[in-house]
Design a protein around this ligand. Structure first.
Ligand SMILES: C[S@@+](CC[C@H](N)C(=O)[O-])C[C@H]1O[C@@H](n2cnc3c(N)ncnc32)[C@H](O)[C@@H]1O
Length: 368
């Protein structure tokens, strides 16, 4: 039998130490107990470190919507054999439901390291990358839903333009969408990553330095097919009801659309706002304290260039009990229109750049 020379599909966990340390007060005495949720298991870098630091009575519940991640956690060399660990195949928008069904709440910490894993991008068969020619799938959960090719087979030009413009922040969204639909109308629908790249390359008139012209369109279709921003919004809202008082939320995001949702969610629930129409009314009870905003160190970025755009935001659940009214009236932040704001942090220096956020919401110390 011939030796398999295919390199293993590895994932280098981003902000590993920083994200796990953010889940509890690292200086506080004995090993933490309670329930911690790793909502994006991937290859389990964060889960494994959590298990190594948590006490004997703690539990880690991991989720992933990708069946390959579940296989990795349960079978073969990567399997986690630890009575404190459990993994479920689920989208993280339903994490509260999973915790309730398993009767595991309340939760001390929720970690989300969102986006795609390296094994997903680097596996040609998954159709996430323009680096390989393969069927245009892009689903993280290969057991359900519509592939990117199926979406292109039915989308209207307006809908496709909106998807590419909003989720890809692509200036040439309309010519790209028009070219894709024309091709379909001529009986040649795009079914592969290679075909998609070629159509986009012909439709994009200016090139961004160091970036493949198809980058933005691939990102847009991936976000759309996996409903990534809606998933994130739903998962964040559940943190208000499911986190124990003092429980921590730590979210790593990789592009400005996601980071803006996380930032707005934390700000909305951690800053007092005076209602100008009722200035003497009691202030809205605050459900979160913003704790930190952390970027990878220069060392991490040079060792793992994929960490370059990562931002970790951390918040802590206050003691305020959740009521239906706590959620009501607050701007849900739903919607996907982005402004052009970019994360302000710069990577540089040896340590991860950390801004500590005071309870009043102002930013102290740290480098930006
Ligand atoms: C960046 S990787 C996580 C890597 C992981 N922290 C590690 O150390 O290996 C993101 C993972 O989240 C999963 N994922 C993304 N969106 C998800 C969602 N809405 N629900 C559940 N899992 C999701 C992906 O399938 C992928 O495995």
């Amino acid at each position: 039998m011939q030796e398999d020379k295919t390199p293993p599909l590895l994932h280098r966990t981003v902000l590993l130490q920083e994200a796990v340390d953010a889940l509890w007060d690292a200086d506080s005495g004995p090993a933490p107990r309670g329930v911690y949720v790793d909502a994006t298991f991937g290859r389990g870098g964060h889960s494994r470190l959590m298990l190594s630091k948590l006490g004997a009575e703690a539990r880690v519940l991991a989720l992933d919507r990708d069946p390959d991640a579940i296989l990795h956690a349960t079978q073969g060399e990567g399997a986690i054999v630890d009575a404190r660990f459990r993994i479920e195949h689920a989208a993280f928008s339903s994490w509260a439901q999973v915790v309730s069904d398993l009767d595991m709440g309340p939760v001390q910490g929720l970690l989300m390291d969102i986006g795609v894993s390296s094994p997903q991008i680097d596996n040609p068969a998954r159709g996430f990358s323009f680096r390989f020619d393969a069927p245009l799938d892009m689903r993280m959960d290969t057991t359900q839903g519509e592939s990117a090719a199926d979406y292109l087979a039915r989308a209207s030009v307006d809908d496709l333009t909106e998807v590419i413009r909003t989720y890809g922040e692509e200036r040439f969204a309309w010519p790209i969408a028009k070219a894709l639909i024309e091709r379909r109308d001529e009986g040649q629908p795009v079914r592969t990553t290679g075909e998609l790249s070629a159509v986009v390359a012909r439709s994009v008139r200016t090139r961004e330095f160091g970036q493949d012209p198809a980058t933005r369109t691939f990102q847009a279709l991936r976000i759309h097919v996996n409903r990534e921003l809606g998933e994130l919004e739903d998962a964040l809202e559940s943190a208000l009801t499911m986190l124990a008082p003092g429980g921590r939320l730590a979210v790593i995001s990789f592009h400005s659309l996601e980071d803006r949702i996380v930032k707005n969610f934390i700000t909305r629930n951690s800053r007092e706002e005076v209602d100008r129409r009722a200035p003497f009314a009691n202030p809205k009870p605050l459900m979160l304290h913003a704790v930190a905003r952390i970027k990878p160190s220069a060392e991490e970025v040079s060792a793992n260039p994929r960490s370059r755009s990562a931002v970790l935001r951390v918040a802590e659940r206050t003691e305020v009990p959740w009521t239906a009214q706590s959620g009501a009236g607050a701007d849900s932040g739903k919607g996907t229109k982005s402004t052009k704001g970019k994360p302000k942090g710069k990577t540089g220096g040896k340590h991860a750049a950390k801004d500590v956020i005071t309870k009043s919401g102002s930013v102290k110390g740290g480098r930006r």
